[in-house]
Design a protein around this ligand. Structure first.
Ligand code: AMP
Length: 111
């Protein structure tokens, strides 16, 4: 078992967020300290898809980054955002602070 992280609490609804994308499997919410006019974090919601980081991916969780990328693609299409950057911070030395796999979506277009 692992300690619940900040994003576990956001997914559980225990800590508020501004959700902009919400499906059975993926939640997208605004980053509290945006680094671009649109800065969204995408996370997998189900415990079975939990992985702390790209550095910890296994055969069972290797599809999770693709789920997040597909969610980001769908979100951009829904919002008419034509250009964006997708980033994973991988490990503490890669700038990762929250150890619950998340995809940063950054766009110069405002929502
Ligand atoms: P990382 O450095 O990849 O682990 O990214 C963690 C991100 O979470 C940072 O960009 C933070 O600004 C963001 N963050 C921290 N706390 C919150 C929060 N309560 N709601 C939304 N985003 C948050």
């Amino acid at each position: 078992m692992h300690e619940p992280t900040l994003f576990h609490k956001i997914v559980a609804g225990e800590i508020p967020c501004t959700a902009v994308f919400d499906t059975e499997e993926v939640l997208g919410f605004r980053d509290i300290h945006p680094k671009a006019p649109t800065h969204i974090l995408f996370v997998a919601k189900k415990e079975e898809h939990f992985v702390s980081s790209i550095t910890e991916l296994t055969e069972e969780t290797q599809h999770v980054p693709c789920m997040l990328i597909r969610a980001a693609q769908e979100f951009a299409a829904q919002q008419g955002i034509e250009g964006y950057k997708l980033t994973f911070h991988c490990g503490a030395k890669g700038g990762q602070e929250v150890f619950y796999l998340h995809l940063h979506f950054l766009s110069q277009q405002s929502l």
